[in-house]
Design a protein around this ligand. Structure first.
Ligand code: PEP
Length: 266
């Protein structure tokens, strides 16, 4: 069994076109070196996947992914981008069900499940996001919401598929707001997710990242909890110096327990 890699995932959202992505890579690469047991993932806008993949080529610890994909490989879906298309320009991962997709674009649990299944079928690792809104949290419905979001994906997959799935717990109230869950809050929900997976015999297979206003100042604090297998970061991943600093702080903080949840070669 390999040690569980620590994953630092950068979600650039609608920032950095191809030129800016290349400039980011030029600045970022000398600031970090490949480290055993650490993976750096980048989710640029779709138009920048090719440029960033080329610019970061040759770093075995770095993988580029899409922020969103359609579940169909091609067809009459104006504005859509398919998994084979993003794979052709270098994506090996895709975010699925990010809260901005769910809440700003009306993506449903069923669509999230279809995209997850389609990504796996095409050999692309899905990073599936779950998380409750502030109203759901205040209404005491966090557990119910997370279980519901997971259930649709669990129903759509076979147990063995979970060797290639990564989850992110991202409380919606913490994304881009400057508020983040405490390590205890995050660890508690990560435990809940593991318990839910455990009811389906998939407890130890899946890395679970935490996301929501993570920055260089709080990443070490959050990663003190062994339940967190890494972080998914928006705002603080946009600047190469800031992102390198966050990755460095987080890598120093985390003592990884030995264990295995699949190969995750993405
Ligand atoms: C995100 O986009 O997934 C995210 C967590 O954003 P931020 O770090 O800006 O809160």
């Amino acid at each position: 069994m390999m040690d569980r890699p620590l994953i630092f995932a950068a979600n650039w959202k609608m920032n950095h076109g191809p030129g800016e992505a290349r400039a980011f890579a030029r600045k970022f690469l000398p600031l970090t070196s490949p480290l055993q047991g650490r993976r750096l993932w980048f989710f640029p806008p779709a138009v920048s996947i090719g440029a960033l993949s080329e610019a970061l080529h040759g770093r075995p610890d770095i993988t580029v992914g899409a922020q969103n994909v359609h579940w169909e490989p091609k067809g009459a879906f104006t504005g859509g981008i398919s998994i084979p298309m993003v794979a052709e320009v270098g994506a090996r991962l895709t975010l699925v069900g990010h809260s901005e997709r769910r809440h700003l674009f009306g993506e449903t649990d069923e669509q999230v499940a279809r995209k997850t299944r389609a990504a796996l079928k095409a050999g692309i690792t899905p990073l599936v996001c779950v998380g409750e809104t502030l109203a759901e949290r205040d209404g005491g419905r966090t557990e119910q919401v997370i279980v519901r979001q997971l259930a649709s994906v669990i129903q759509a997959l076979q147990i063995e598929d979970w060797d290639k799935v990564v989850l992110a717990y991202e409380p919606v109230w913490a994304i881009g707001t400057g508020k983040n869950a405490t390590p205890d809050d995050a660890a508690q929900i990560h435990e809940l997710i593991r318990m839910e997976l455990g009811r389906h015999e998939i407890r130890n297979r899946v890395p679970i990242l935490y996301g929501g206003s993570v920055n260089a100042g709080n990443v070490a604090w959050l990663l003190t909890r062994p339940q967190l297998d890494g972080v998914l970061v928006g705002g603080a991943s946009l600047d190469p110096d800031t992102w390198a600093e966050l990755v460095d702080q987080g890598s120093r903080a985390k003592v990884r327990p030995s264990g295995g949840y699949g190969v995750l070669e993405a």
